[in-house]
Design a protein around this ligand. Structure first.
Ligand code: PHE
Ligand code: NA
Length: 446
């Protein structure tokens, strides 16, 4: 069987941007920002997107397009070493960890979306505002389990369709819808009372805070930058493995990073004015994942036409989340197809079955040795896996591929961008792994 490829140029960009744009931009970004010093965090974060994110994306693209296999096969074939192939399995594991918690949050959002669409925003305020409900203190249990399964089923359905008729077609519809709806919501939110205050909170440039907190926010900022760009999980390796033309990777990478940042900033322009218009202080509402959404959902219940706005908002989040979760599922699926010759359908069934179990554990959210599983997976575990995962890709690019990486970077890039290949390789192969290792240590509180 010949390996699947993207049908169009836009297909790859939209699929990769669809992977990047997700809960990370809308659900995680605001609370990580609020927890880590607000605007100070924003500055460090943007710097990391530019200096680590884009070169990192290019690292995964180069491995994927050159290797034309799942991360396991690509790393093994390009190096000629089974050990690197074994390391590739790390990405399969990371992907499973990711989708295990991601589809729980996706499930919450599905529920909020459904209830908003049914007009229950004002009628059943408890669903939308009460702490302990869904997002309060992170919802767990049977509810979370059921909606996790629903979200997972939707994800599997798209991946079932294959690269062209599932992922490409799906993201070609989802991404434009996300952008258009978000812009509309941001304009609407900007007209709320308190919007000016919200913008001031969100976009204030405070250099002294950056200086004071620089090292404290470095780890979380790096973690968020990798997560939001889908880096370190092998997603971008996998997606780039379906490219069969000499398109400019630096161009594509830049477009994807810009789109992703735009959606993050837009999401803040929606979320913060809504919270401020009701006098909710985002710095107070963000002690953990989801708490911000309690405030938001409460806001919708009190707003004029709240049901319509809530439906649009949660619709955006559902679409963004789906276009990301399919990219997570695709990693283990491509591994099973490439390495074991499974049909796509069978591979999807196997992987989905596994995530029913691992995600189920996150949904029930037991506390093991004083640590709640969900929060651990969604935070420190994923941050650590992605950081180590990207560092390894970059070491691979710099030290194993070397000249091949440079020529792959140049292929289709044109003279201008192609000229960046060597500086990129030096940065990616030497400086970035050191930086990522350093942030790994700060994650462990060193
Ligand atoms: N980038 C996605 C988001 O922001 C999450 C993601 C991480 C997707 C890693 C794929 C791989 O929501
Ligand atoms: Na993102």
């Amino acid at each position: 069987m010949t390996r699947e490829t993207w049908a169009t140029r836009a297909g790859f960009i939209l699929a990769a941007a669809g992977s990047a744009v997700g809960l990370g931009n809308i659900w995680r970004f605001p609370w990580v920002t609020a927890e880590n010093g607000g605007s100070a965090f924003l500055v460090v974060y943007l710097g990391i997107v530019l200096l680590v994110g884009v070169p990192g994306l290019l690292g995964e693209f180069v491995v994927g397009r050159r290797g034309k296999k799942s991360p396991v096969g690509a790393l093994r074939d390009l190096s000629g070493s089974r050990l690197w192939g074994l390391w590739g399995v790390f990405y399969v594991v990371t992907a499973i960890a990711l989708i295990s918690f991601y589809s729980i949050v996706g499930g919450w959002i599905l529920r909020y979306f459904g209830e908003s669409a049914l007009g229950l925003v004002g009628a059943r305020p408890a669903y939308f505002a009460a702490p302990g409900q869904y997002f309060g203190g992170v919802a767990a249990g049977l509810d979370a389990l059921a909606f996790h399964l629903l979200f997972l089923a939707l994800t599997a359905l798209v991946v079932f369709g294959g690269v062209r008729r599932g992922i490409e077609l799906g993201t070609k519809v989802m991404m434009p819808a996300v952008l258009v709806l978000l812009v509309g919501l941001a304009v609407w939110a900007g007209a709320r009372p308190g919007a000016a205050e919200a913008y001031a909170f969100y976009l204030r440039f405070d250099l002294s805070t950056v200086r004071a907190n620089f090292f404290d926010v470095l780890g979380p900022a790096a973690g968020q930058a990798l997560f939001t760009l889908s880096l370190g999980a092998g997603t971008m390796i996998t997606y780039a493995s379906y490219i069969d033309e000499d398109r400019s990777l630096p161009f594509d990478g830049t477009v994807i990073a810009v789109l992703n940042t735009l959606v993050g900033v837009l999401a803040g322009l929606v979320v913060f004015p809504l919270l401020f218009s009701l006098g909710v202080d985002p710095a107070q509402t963000a002690p953990g994942p989801g708490a911000l959404f309690v405030g938001l959902a409460g806001a919708f219940a009190q707003l004029p036409a709240g049901a319509v706005v809530a439906t649009a908002f949660f619709g955006v989040v559902v679409l963004a989340a789906l276009s990301s979760s399919i990219s997570m599922l695709e990693i283990p699926v491509s591994f099973l197809v490439d390495e074991y010759g499974l049909t796509r359908r069978r591979a999807v069934a196997v992987v989905t079955g596994a995530v029913v179990v691992t995600g189920g554990i996150c949904a029930i959210n037991p506390t093991i040795r004083g640590t709640a599983v969900f929060g651990f997976v969604a935070g420190p575990l994923v941050d650590t896996l992605l950081t180590a995962g990207l560092a390894a890709v970059l070491v691979f690019v710099g030290w194993v591929m070397g000249r091949d990486a440079v020529s792959e970077f140049r292929s289709g890039a044109g003279d201008l961008a192609g000229g960046l290949a060597t500086p990129w390789l030096l940065g990616a192969g030497v400086a970035l792994p050191v930086f990522l290792f350093f942030t790994l240590l700060t994650n462990f509180g060193v």
